[in-house]
Design a protein around this ligand. Structure first.
Ligand SMILES: Cc1ncc(COP(=O)(O)O)c(C=O)c1O
Length: 378
């Protein structure tokens, strides 16, 4: 194995994802001092673009956590769930479960509401669960990467707010690929990351923090250090990070956000993602025995989950992964734990197609043609 083989890799997994050449080149730019005026030249515009990309207005302050999406999510739990309070973790898949794991690991009193895989949040069931458990905080996933299901963030947050609870949203795999509409949504904190639909390497967790989350955090004890959103906000307001950031990633982020706003255009970017979702749906419709997995009306614009025909096993999907690798692709044979559970329950497994970030319809077309051939020979 040599690095020439690495260099040719074409990623269609669900993050990390393909990087544009300009972003890779930006990785060659010199480092800079994060308490120097050089810092502002990168991070001031970055923070402004992040705000615009979520339509956060002045209601939210963006914060860059060193780490990944999980770091921002864990910070939301540590900073916003007080002793004696209950947090309700709503899950439509593996990443909804992750929020629950974090709450439990941090000693919070946590209850979980789980929906069947492939299904979206049922608001009536959620309302009954809120009435029963009276949570102070409710977490949910905007775009569940294991099942390809999206949630209606406005509707869920509105319901949670009706019961005076704070909604915490995991938007890791959708941010940068679809409108978020944060302003007026009611989300107390929206957590995301760089390595998915933003088309960058991993390295920052991104949190959008509402003023009322800041108010609440002042009343929560034992927030840790890096997971304390108040400490983070103090630095973020100076366009800084709490400790030394990956300045290579900061340079790449500057270049990528400038490209999104000044060259591609945000609306075009979102439209491209929606068009790719439709392309994959058409492709699936033409494959006998294959079906879309996610509930209609809740299908992700950044990844698609596909149910395989009766009799096709997880083992065969893993073999398809090797065949695709031989063609230079990174193919996703489905979220491991989810497929194990589906198979154990006698249900058909699913595979995933990542179409996020800077993947173009032309790249996707070529990939789907090659994947279609491999799947025919399973
Ligand atoms: C929906 C979702 N939430 C959370 C995470 C965890 O994010 P990270 O790996 O950036 O910590 C992921 C990662 O795939 C994800 O897809």
């Amino acid at each position: 194995m040599n690095t020439n083989d690495f260099a040719k890799l074409k990623l269609f997994i669900t993050g990390p994802t393909y990087l544009r050449e300009e972003v890779r080149q930006a990785g060659m730019l010199p480092e800079f001092g994060h308490r120097d005026s050089e810092n502002d030249k990168r991070f001031k515009p970055i923070m402004g673009w992040l705000r615009e990309l979520t339509d956060a207005g002045d209601e939210y302050t963006p914060v860059l956590f060193l780490g990944s999406g999980s770091t921002a999510m864990e910070s939301s739990i540590r900073s916003l769930v007080a002793d004696g309070e209950t947090v309700l973790n709503v899950s439509v898949g593996a990443f909804g479960d992750l929020y629950h794991t974090m709450a439990v690991a941090n000693g919070k009193c946590a209850v979980q509401l789980k929906f069947d895989y492939g299904q979206a949040i049922d608001l009536d069931v959620l309302e009954r669960t809120i009435m029963e458990h009276k949570p102070a905080v409710v977490t949910f996933t905007h775009n569940e990467t294991s099942t390809g299901v999206t949630s209606d963030i406005q509707a869920v947050c509105e319901l949670v707010r009706q019961y005076d609870a704070l909604p915490l949203v995991d938007g890791v795999s959708i941010f940068g690929g679809a409108p978020i509409g944060l302003k007026g949504s009611g989300a107390a904190m929206y957590s995301t990351a760089t390595q998915k639909s933003l088309g960058l390497p991993a390295g920052f967790g991104i949190g959008f923090i509402h003023a009322d989350a800041e108010e609440k955090a002042a009343r929560v004890s034992d927030k840790g250090h890096g997971t304390d959103i108040l400490k983070q906000l103090g630095r973020a307001r100076k366009f800084q990070t709490l400790s030394t950031p990956n300045t290579t990633l900061a340079n790449q982020m500057f270049v990528q956000l400038k490209y999104i706003f000044e060259e591609e255009g945000v609306e075009n970017r979102f439209a491209r993602h929606a068009a790719m979702r439709a392309m994959v749906a058409d492709w699936v419709a033409g494959l006998p025995g294959f079906e879309l997995f996610a509930q209609e009306g809740h299908r992700s614009p950044t990844l698609t989950t596909v149910l395989v025909p009766e009799g096709v096993s997880v083992k065969q999907l893993k073999a398809a992964k090797e065949s695709m690798r031989a063609k230079g692709y990174l193919y996703d044979p489905g979220y491991g734990k989810l497929n194990t559970l589906l198979e154990e329950a006698g249900r058909r497994p699913v595979f995933r197609v990542g179409h996020m970030g800077d993947i173009t319809p032309a790249m996707l077309e070529e990939y789907l043609a090659d994947l279609g051939q491999v799947l025919q020979n399973l």
